[in-house]
Design a protein around this ligand. Structure first.
Ligand SMILES: Cc1ncc(COP(=O)(O)O)c(C=O)c1O
Length: 411
């Protein structure tokens, strides 16, 4: 069922069939939010939370608490590096998670990871510089680097992440500004780089004095597959690694709020930029609302709740796909994050898989969007639909993909 703009949802509709919590359905429309699925479509494309998982009431209370606690200071220009209370809270969380000492001076509050990447690409790298990225990587991260005048180069990667030998060769070949990695619950593959591979990659970059930019957008979304490996920044004691975090995947992308962790020299350099000098920290009022949320313990409670919801969604999608797809397709149950990465035998063609999905009323993301892929691939997000809808979408996909003709001349 579809709720037309401006129309109230009938009470019996049920959240699974609407665009989100009934009280907010009227506003989830083009011109207000970035993307709206076509009516009737099961959209497994978006890499963000579905409306029903966005904590409207929790955030309303957090803003109220921040205004009560900080008063007019919540409405002034914020400290250039971000409010000290939030930086201290984030530093404490990092100290606990990584077992190293992280201070507020190691934290810069940003308008999310996209903003942090743009800062790094423009302030820490000269235009035209080469940046190394994984063979299959977050496409919009790569777009930011390209738009800032950098030249991303793919480095061969396997099921454990970037190949250290290929990285060594790439670094020996030319001058590189930095290496961009997303080692934990990778977008799009869901992969987690094991500790041993993290250490190998760190050893290679340290030998060349090349920094790593560690995109940790999904690090807090471990869905119960064992402990999350220590961050690469933590393993290196924050020497030669800049680590990026965000509230977009755990709370709400509309906040446009995240953080950057690095050595104090790097933080000083970034925070000295005119963008911060003129205007202070971006999204200062939201930063104080998040401070209230984190300090009250509400953020951790929310994370527990969200992980449970995401686990149900992941399992609904993966269980139905595994039950229906035969040996021509391969997928792993991701231990965290938002994505299932499906690989087909080479005799299938990616456009045929996408077309069959579309014809069945299901949208998925083309694997080739994310760079080089060894086989025809598809990314499916389980973050943007209810478990019931994901199971229905997966059933439709298995039926549709079984009917796709294999190109025997292409095996
Ligand atoms: C790996 C990765 N990094 C960064 C982002 C964007 O983060 P932000 O909303 O904080 O800019 C995304 C969102 O899809 C992502 O998947």
């Amino acid at each position: 069922m579809r709720i037309a703009p401006g129309e109230a949802a009938p009470a019996e509709a049920g959240p699974a069939e609407t665009a989100g919590p009934l009280s907010h359905a009227r506003s989830w429309r083009a011109g207000i939010v970035q993307s709206v699925s076509a009516p009737g479509v099961f959209d497994l494309g978006p890499g963000y939370l579905e409306p029903a998982l966005l904590p409207v009431d929790l955030l309303g209370a957090a803003y109220t608490r921040a205004l009560e606690e900080y008063g007019s200071a919540a409405l002034g220009y914020g400290d250039d590096r971000g409010a000290l209370d939030l930086r201290a809270a984030l530093a404490d969380r990092t100290t606990v998670a990584d077992g190293i000492t992280c201070e507020p001076g190691n934290v810069l509050v940003t308008a999310g990871i996209s903003h942090a990447l743009q800062l790094i690409a423009t302030i820490l790298a000269a235009p035209g510089s080469v940046v190394l990225v994984e063979e299959t990587c977050y496409d919009l991260g790569r777009l930011i680097l390209t738009d800032c005048g950098l030249r991303p180069r793919e480095v061969r990667s396997d099921s454990e992440g970037m190949d250290p030998d290929a990285l060594r060769d790439a670094l020996a070949g030319e001058r590189v500004a930095f290496v961009y990695l997303n080692p934990t619950f990778h977008n799009p593959t869901g992969r987690v780089v094991p500790v041993s591979r993290r250490r190998e990659l760190l050893a290679v970059t340290a030998r060349h004095g090349t920094p790593i930019v560690e995109d940790d957008a999904y690090a807090e979304l471990n869905l119960g597959g064992g402990p999350t490996p220590p961050s690469m920044a933590g393993l290196a004691d924050y020497h030669g690694v800049i680590r990026l975090g965000t509230f977009s995947k755990t709370l709400a992308p509309g906040l446009r709020l995240g953080w950057l962790l690095a050595g104090t020299g790097t933080i000083d350099r970034l925070a000295g930029h005119g963008l911060f000098r003129s205007g202070g920290c971006l999204n200062h009022t939201s930063a104080l609302a998040m401070t209230a949320l984190v300090l009250a313990g509400d953020y951790d409670r929310h994370l527990g709740w969200l992980r449970e919801r995401l686990r149900e969604r992941r399992d609904a999608l993966v269980d139905t796909l595994l039950a229906g797809l035969g040996d021509d397709f391969e997928l792993d149950r991701p231990d965290g994050g938002f994505f299932v990465w499906l690989r087909a035998l080479r005799r299938y063609r990616e456009p045929d898989l996408l077309a069959a999905a579309s014809a069945a009323g299901v949208e998925v993301a083309a694997g080739s969007r994310f760079g080089g892929t060894a086989r025809p691939s598809v990314r499916m997000a389980y973050s943007f639909n209810s478990p019931t809808r994901l199971a229905t979408a997966a059933q439709r996909l298995t039926t549709a993909w079984h009917a796709v003709p294999a190109h025997t001349d292409r095996t």
